[in-house]
Ligand binder design. Structure first.
Ligand SMILES: [Zn+2]
Ligand SMILES: [Zn+2]
Length: 416
């Protein structure tokens, strides 16, 4: 496959600065000189290793689906749970939307990601280009933030702790296979960087004229959100990856604001309605998110209570407030130094945002595992879907937030 020459340009998606492309060697990274945002870093694993990792992860996933995941023991009764039970139990409780979200984020999207990584690395090793290789790369780039198998695994551990005072839970073979799958998946994700990936592929067309050390905006251009290439404002599709450039342009503040307001509205039912309903010895009790945290605290599991408190309450609210702050700020002129500080906080919340899904996975696992009839059964509460909506809407809001606007505001203030 053709390798890009160094005369091409990347656009920093954080501050819109146009940077001359460089070819990196293993383990190196390219930083934006203006805002220090890492544009790309090349993994140190050779392609052959990545191919082996992808195959290993897929095999582990197949094995994880063949065996029980967890087993529950109480008063001489036993109950086993398979991974897919967490999905089917949600369906049987009429929570289809939630079941689709759990199925996609923990199994389907990771599997698609791995298949794309497998084909991509195989094609690179064989030095073969096929017409749809670009679609594979776009699958890899767009799926990365929706892979939540690792969050599901931590959710399983929290479920075990939550149940510890009522019943004993034992790990079954699928738990070990799934853990292995998660570790290998994280390894691949850390090694496959998007800008680097596009450098390895032959571009669709030729780059429009661009100069470095200026913003793309100043040159009537825009950076592609998929491959970081410089494009002219009048182009419809990215010259390098073929991405529809409207996705790079339509990151309008009003869209972010609408998503944030919707997320805020869902916060109310998410916290007022019950998240979980427990039937124990014929008695039904309900717990909200906060109720669940208090219960864990009183049970003596303070660290787990703190994790759920931060993931389910602090992160979603902090993310909404921070994005609202940044939206307000992008309307004003902003000095440079605190900007990069707040950007770091923003990137951190974006990174931890998906961990808010923990409580949803805990519910999905508990309802699949604890089915001992009147002795002890757990059902999902109405807050689960509302809370999942908060998580997805804040993730979409963060994706739709156009970070370049803050820098444009600063530039306008300087030129006045
Ligand atoms: Zn930058
Ligand atoms: Zn592109």
């Amino acid at each position: 496959m053709a390798t890009a020459t160094s005369s091409q340009h990347w656009v920093c998606l954080d501050c819109d600065w146009v940077v001359t492309e460089v070819s990196l060697v293993a383990g190196q990274q390219a930083q934006c000189p203006r805002c220090q945002h890492v544009i790309t870093k090349q993994g140190s694993a050779p392609l052959m290793h990545l191919l082996a990792y992808s195959i290993t992860a897929l095999v582990l996933l197949v094995f994880a689906l063949q065996f029980p995941f967890l087993a529950l023991h109480r008063s001489g009764l036993h109950e086993q749970m398979w991974l897919l039970d967490s999905v089917t139990e949600l369906v049987s409780e009429q929570r289809s939307l939630l079941s689709i979200l759990v199925l996609l984020t923990t199994l389907v999207l990771p599997a698609l990601y791995l298949l794309a990584a497998l084909m991509m690395t195989a094609l690179m090793l064989l030095q073969r280009a096929i017409p749809w290789v670009r679609y594979l790369a776009r699958v890899l780039v767009s799926l990365r933030r929706w892979l939540m198998a690792d969050v599901f695994l931590i959710g399983a551990l929290i479920s075990i702790v939550k149940l510890s005072s009522y019943a004993s839970v034992s790990l079954q073979p699928a738990f070990y296979f799934f853990s292995g799958f998660v570790v290998v998946l994280l390894l691949i994700r850390a090694q496959l960087d998007e800008a680097w990936l596009w450098q390895q592929l032959p571009p669709l067309g030729t780059e429009p004229a661009a100069v470095s050390a200026k913003t793309a905006h100043q040159q009537q251009g825009v950076g592609c959100v998929c491959c970081h290439a410089f494009n002219r404002n009048n182009q419809r599709y990215c010259w390098r990856c073929g991405e529809w450039l409207a996705l790079s342009r339509w990151r309008h503040p009003l869209l972010t604001l609408a998503l944030l307001l919707a997320a805020t509205a869902f916060l109310v039912p998410a916290n007022v309605l019950p998240m979980i309903e427990t039937l124990r010895l014929g008695q039904l009790s309900q717990a909200t998110i906060t109720g669940g945290v208090i219960q864990l605290w009183q049970q003596g599991d303070q660290p787990i209570a703190a994790v759920i408190f931060i993931a389910s309450l602090v992160i979603p609210i902090a993310k909404i407030l921070l994005l609202l702050g940044l939206l307000y700020w992008s309307k004003r002129s902003a000095p440079t130094a605190p900007y990069s500080q707040r950007m770091r906080v923003f990137r951190l919340t974006e990174w931890v945002g998906r961990w808010s899904m923990i409580d949803i996975f805990v519910v999905a696992i508990l309802i699949a595992l604890v089915r001992l009839g009147a002795l002890m059964s757990i059902y999902s509460g109405a807050a689960a879907l509302a809370f999942a909506s908060v998580v997805v809407l804040t993730m979409l809001a963060a994706m739709s937030f156009d970070r370049r606007r803050i820098w444009w505001a600063a530039e306008e203030a300087k030129s006045d």
